[in-house]
Design a binder for this molecule. Sequence first.
Ligand code: ATR
Length: 277
Amino acid sequence: MSANKIPLAGVIGSPIGHSKSPQIHQHWLKMLGLDGFYIPMDVAPENLRDALLMLPKMGFVGVNITVPHKEAVMDIADLITDRATLIGAANTLIFRKDGKIHADNTDGYGFIENLKSGAPHWDPKSGPAAVFGAGGASRAVLASLLDAGVPEILLTNRTRVRAEKLADDFGKRIRVVDWVQAGNILEDATLTVNTTLLGMIGKQELRVPLDGLRKGSIVTDLVYAPLQTKLLSTAQEMGCTTVDGLGMLLHQAVPAFERWFGKRPVVDSATRAAALR
Ligand code: ATR
């Protein structure tokens, strides 16, 4: 980026209209009084490589990557952080001055920071975590929970083999439990996480029996539309601490913004309001 150019960043996906990232980054640019633009871009898979080679020449300092490109960018990037390698996907690219594309994954970071801010008393070492789902989002959650020191993860997924594959990839601290037994793992768990799409507007509800939820435990949902999912409202009624999924989206954006625009933004109620506009 030369001194007199306004830095550009953005998000690449397909479709991209639903993304809240533009509101979040534009809000921070305004709050911090910085020059810059953050632009949503709908790019088809066959054009991804060309787009990523062209954008730095147009003044882009980096981009976020979302569905369906998070895995594909790993083959295009020149440098990949350890955490992105572990997760097998990237959500943040930095276009370096030497022309190299640096790929990172900040989803796990966002997940943990959201938990820390919504449940400050959370002690990762306090007991096992129950995790529903074994898709891409689950990979980021598992990596970050293991990194945070959670002693054991009870992982359950409708398609058991996907959970077994994750347990193989991540090692011994993950125990796979049958989806039909999902309700039984809750009484041991000090943290319960839904990484599936269930409960999202337009999708089915998560039908796991929740009466076993451990009293005083923490429950979080990656679904943020609606903010208050059935899982979270039930958990709240049962006296659990609940953390909604919007904060993960906000916190995962912080390291990228800082790298691209040079200042670290804060996640506060105004950021939440901007994302919900
Ligand atoms: P993401 O990258 O967002 O995690 P994904 O890889 O498509 O998306 O994973 C979606 C998750 O939601 C998976 O755990 C999926 O379970 P399967 O592996 O069995 O497909 C889960 N999921 C989606 N629809 C579901 C349903 N109707 N019942 C149970 N689980 C469901």
